[in-house]
Write a protein that binds this ligand. Sequence first.
Ligand code: GLN
Length: 545
Amino acid sequence: MSKYIFVTGGVVSSVGKGIAVASIGTILKSRGLSVTVQKLDPYLNVDPGTMSPYQHGEVFVTKDGAETDLDLGNYERFIDVSLTQDSNITSGQIYLAVIGRERRGDFLGGTIQVVPHVTNEIKDRFKRLAEKSKADVILIEVGGTVGDIEGLPFLEAIRQMRKDAGRDNVLYIHVTLLPYLNSTKELKTKPTQHSVNELRRIGIQPDVIICRSDYPIPDNLRDKISLFCDVDREAVIPLTTVSSVYEVPLVLEETGLGKLIAEKLNLPGKETDLSEWREMVSRLKDSQEPVNIALVGKYVELSDSYYSVREALQHAALFHNRHLNLFWVHSEQLEKMDDVDPLLRTAQGIIVPGGFGVRGIEGMIKAARYARENKIPYLGLCLGMQVMVIEFARYAFSSDKPNSTEFDPVTPYPVIDIMTEQKAISSKGGTMRLGNYPCRLVEGTNAAKAYGCNPIEERHRHRFEFNNQFRQVLEEKGLVLSGLSPDTRLVECAEVKDHPWMVACQFHPEFGSRPNRPHPLFRDFIGAAKDVLREGAQRALPLTS
Ligand code: GLN
């Protein structure tokens, strides 16, 4: 039978709950336990797929094609698991299911209420995941902050679980923040006390409190929190800010959290063994020599929009013992410049990630041109491949007209066009080509060299594709179609022939990268970039942030 750990957050949002959950997963897995994770998002959207990256950050795509919260990416990277649509639940999904059943007549005669109908639907999702995964531990993160109106049904459901699953099988962890007051030079516990009170008001007494803080937490504050919040002294876990999120499992384990959870839940398994993880973190800290990578996108003001891309670059840099010096370049800024060299001069590699809509596209095309002409390694992801193809076509046809019909519906050279299957679709939610699809790589290409296996499977999220009418002519001009769907109908990877490393893919390799196992395309991209000599590369500073 699975044990449940429910993690709530208090005081402020963005307190690092997702990383704490992922890190607990790392610790428990290293104790020989099987772990799976679920994220509960209180908003009414059915999934974040329709939300702007400015609202929500990255949309993380699971293998089975669910568009989910970016925390799932952290869970996958930290616990080294592949999650599915069962791992992300939103209030929108829950209400849709309950109301759908009401309309079918499943509750005929009954009044449909938040308790028990909505809470039962939520608990069914926990139990379904436990049954399907057969994991020793199900870690469940409640999104938002305790006290949010929309989060109440989730909190009520997790409260009921203590009775449903049995007291010994459920653990509640509360992650809070201890703010620092500059005037008195001290950390304050009162907001934590208040948020624990709020939890207790709805019937949840936390077993463990993880206290986030930017400064070391003195022992007397742990005592105070223990006393006021009625939590064992050793279960008040300090978590001070660290330079890399990958340090968090080590910091938490130092406090004895793994053993504490194992004892409280009576879990089998061995001692925590984070030796491999520790080695990875020390290499991360030791890697001094920089590799300068320019990420060109239109959502760069919010780096969470490219969360998995940034992490995948980090993993690849670590593989090469380099320090990732990532600078964010706004594509709209490039768009306005005649000469983009001042912004890209120090880049040893240029990456154009995914995106939607016409804003900033011409800036990305300029970046791709700069990479091709100056032989700077380039990695294009999804939109980044479409941009590379458009730029190449403009060069090949000596025209500025080639485009995607997403950006110019009447272009005479629609080198990227809407997929046939997508033409009749008007509804926006969950309707893109999503999730894992196979791809066959062409031997001898940079893509095939990177993967070293064939065929591959990667995660997708797009509506547009390479227009096959232009295959032959662009190939003749030096574009290599290095990966095709097994039926050869879709171009999945492309690269530029007379270039050291200009590779792009229609899929999203960033989701599959792990700290100890960089994705092959990212690994070879950084491998190609790291020795490129650029003027001022060694002393580059972030140009925009
Ligand atoms: N907008 C492009 C499409 O829909 C690219 C999507 C993406 O980068 N995820 O095909």
